[in-house]
Write a protein that binds this ligand. Structure first.
Ligand SMILES: Cc1ncc(COP(=O)(O)O)c(C=O)c1O
Length: 470
């Protein structure tokens, strides 16, 4: 593609993107296609000769767009958000254009150093304890997902607990790990990947508010010790997936200290809220953590992927993951003066993801980010009051930040039907969970462009549809 063709195509694409994003409310939030519809509409074989960008873009509109669930719609309230913003998109585009592969400082000095600086900014914005800053013993790194970051935490914990022998000999010790019964499924997946064995993950029961019960955690650790196991890893959730419940990190942390167990804090969704001082209580006890993760790609206006993983002692992470073949040796690494992020996660290669985060923080400023997070929480609280004030509905879990779990006072089937009908309408998208065996609808306010009118409209539709159910 010549520079002139690129200019034309980029202008065309930019126009398309602006049109798409400004008109996004025209499209159904949840894609209405059936399985196989998209693939059926595409040719079975690659074109033998090149096609014009114009043709490709036409097919995006005609064949791809109907199969897109519009996560960026202001009426997207399902799961947790993946909120993107224009500055973030521009940062990502620039990263693609530079095509830097920053596995080593040597292969990407700016890629490495900007990431260190931006993650230190973020640590300050969230008021993380000093040990998580790069100027001290720890530091942060951008990973592709919270799932991968938690895997790194488990691997570091496994190595620390086995005196760095598992990497050499395989894990022969009987290690045991702990998390709450409401923790994200990625913990279990990572435990399997790390060779710990799913049966060695203890799912600790939760209280009525769906937070981990620390006394049961301690009991489980003590029982395992008595039985000859080595408790090595605890994951506390700051914001569980079903209800955004905040585990009592301080009490959990004290137990971990006492028993010399690694504490990982999974704040994938809720962590972003801590940029507002009034929500920082969610991090109470975080000083006990060995590692911490939150997803800027969920609620910090940065498009996927951008998981921010922090460690209190970087040497433990590096010792667990570092491996140096001859072809990666270089003077800068050997001088000890630089950070090589290849040692901070599973993949070797890495994109210049710090650019998008840098663009986002500089565009909004800390105050701008705080404003939007506060607005999401405020809108959620507004909705909570509306639900509480309507005798046909009940709140199904303590409302937390920007998530409300509710249900129609009726059968599971009625609730399921209510959600399915609303999602089929294309006007909004909700998801569900099951609490104490009952079907519960989740509504999370976190999209970049969600305003009061969208939440008001959602509530009006929920009420109208539930009336039809009788
Ligand atoms: C609490 C929690 N942890 C981890 C994850 C996994 O996130 P990721 O997609 O970044 O792996 C999620 C996803 O929703 C989550 O809610």
């Amino acid at each position: 593609m010549s520079p002139e063709d690129f200019r034309q195509a980029a202008e065309q694409l930019t126009e398309w993107i602006i049109e798409y994003r400004t008109g996004i409310e025209r499209y159904p939030v949840k894609s209405q296609v059936l399985p196989g519809d998209v693939s059926k509409s595409l040719p079975a074989h690659a074109p033998a000769s090149g096609e014009s960008f114009d043709e490709v873009l036409k097919d995006v509109q005609k064949l791809i767009l109907p199969g897109v669930t519009n996560w960026q719609s202001p009426n997207f309230f399902a799961y947790f958000p993946a909120n993107a913003s224009e500055p973030s998109m521009l940062g990502d585009l620039l990263s693609s254009a530079m095509g830097v592969q920053g596995m080593l400082w040597e292969t990407g000095p700016a890629c490495t150093e900007l990431e260190i600086v931006v993650l230190d900014w973020l640590a300050e914005m969230l008021e993380l304890p000093p040990q998580f800053h790069s100027r001290n013993s720890g530091g942060g790194v951008i990973q592709d997902s919270a799932s991968s970051a938690t895997l790194c935490a488990i691997l570091s914990a496994r190595e620390r607990a086995t005196d760095y022998s598992s990497n050499e000999n395989g894990c022969r010790q009987s290690l045991t790990a702990y998390t709450s019964a409401h923790a994200h499924s990625s913990i279990e997946k990572d435990i399997k990947i790390a060779g710990i064995g799913r049966k060695n993950l203890r799912l600790i029961e939760v209280s009525d508010d769906f937070t981990m019960r620390p006394e049961l955690l301690e009991k489980a650790i003590e029982q395992d010790k008595t039985d000859g196991h080595i408790p090595f890893f605890v994951c506390a959730a700051v914001g569980t997936t079903s209800t955004l419940a905040i585990d009592p990190v301080e009490e959990i942390g004290r137990i971990c200290r006492k028993h010399n167990v690694w504490l990982h804090v999974d704040a994938a969704m809720a962590g972003s809220a801590a940029i507002c001082p009034e929500f920082r209580h969610i991090h109470k006890g975080i000083e006990y953590a060995d590692s911490y993760v939150f997803d800027a790609h969920k609620w910090l206006f940065t498009n996927f992927d951008c998981s921010c993983y922090y460690v209190a002692d970087r040497s433990q992470l590096i010792n667990a993951l570092s491996i140096t073949p001859e072809y990666l040796r270089n003077t800068a690494s050997e001088s000890g003066a630089v950070t090589d992020f290849r040692d901070w996660h599973v993949p070797l290669g890495r994109r210049f993801r710090a650019l998008k985060l840098w663009f986002v923080i500089r565009h909004y400023g800390v105050e701008g980010l705080q404003f939007h997070i506060r607005q999401h929480v405020e809108l959620t609280q507004w909705l909570v009051e509306k639900i509480k004030g309507d005798a046909r509905f009940e709140i199904a879990a303590p409302p937390s930040l920007n998530l409300v779990c509710f249900r129609l006072k009726g059968s599971d089937e009625q609730n399921q039907q209510l959600m399915t009908t609303l999602n089929k309408s294309g006007k909004m998208y909700l998801s569900h969970t099951r609490l104490n065996g009952r079907f519960v609808i989740r509504l999370c306010v976190g999209q970049t462009r969600t305003e009061r009118r969208h939440v008001e409209q959602a509530w009006a539709m929920i009420k109208a549809e539930s009336e039809k159910l009788g």
